[in-house]
Design a protein around this ligand. Structure first.
Ligand code: FES
Length: 193
């Protein structure tokens, strides 16, 4: 399916064969699928993609999307359509922490552009790029529903609001010292899956 669905992206059959959810991810994905009628498994595609993204290194390769399609018994193109629509899914490798800065009206009016420029300079990357050490990716996104506390950014399951340059400094230091991958399936996000 790879060449058809993912255009230029190479589909590696060997990588695909080796791809499996670990025990915890499998349990979580099965629990989600069980909430829907047997013939409506497609409804679980977004939460299962979140699990796949967290499980397979923070992004959805063609092989990972194919795995999700097989898991849900739907067509790979149906998975791709969803994964390519939402900015929360990454279709190329990203750093352990993706800093998603809201650039929509409230945040823009309250200085989001300056925040983006500050992060770009601090991390020596541009919007959409990843630091050389693989720690951070910077992404600008549309409204994240936290307009009253603009400007804000999201990293994994966490919102960082009323941003200042000092706040940006301390959250980057914190994430760097923890050094782990952040995802939407972090514990505090589980209930909303
Ligand atoms: S405009 Fe930034 S969260 Fe809504």
């Amino acid at each position: 399916m790879g060449s058809q669905v993912h255009g230029a992206q190479h589909f590696d059959k060997e990588k695909r064969k080796a791809l499996h959810f670990g025990e915890n991810a499998m349990i979580a994905a099965q629990e989600i699928v069980a909430r829907y009628p047997a013939d409506k498994k497609k409804s679980a595609v977004i939460p299962v993609l979140h699990i796949a993204q967290a499980e397979f290194g923070g992004w959805l390769s063609p092989e990972a999307m194919d795995y999700v399609a097989e898991f849900l018994k739907i067509k790979p193109v149906e998975v791709f359509e969803v994964a390519s629509f939402y900015s929360m899914f990454n279709l190329k490798p990203v750093g352990k922490c993706t800093l998603e800065v809201c650039r929509t009206s409230s945040c823009w009016l309250c200085g989001a552009e300056d925040i983006v420029k500050y992060i770009e300079k601090k991390l020596n990357i541009k919007d959409g790029e990843t630091t050389k050490d693989g720690m951070f990716t910077l992404k600008t996104v549309e409204c994240l529903g936290s307009c009253g506390t603009a400007p804000m950014l999201q990293c994994g399951a966490s919102f960082h609001e009323n941003l200042t340059f000092e706040k940006v400094d301390s959250l980057i230091e914190k994430y760097k010292s923890e050094g782990r991958q952040r995802s939407y399936t972090d514990l505090d996000y589980q209930n909303t899956l």
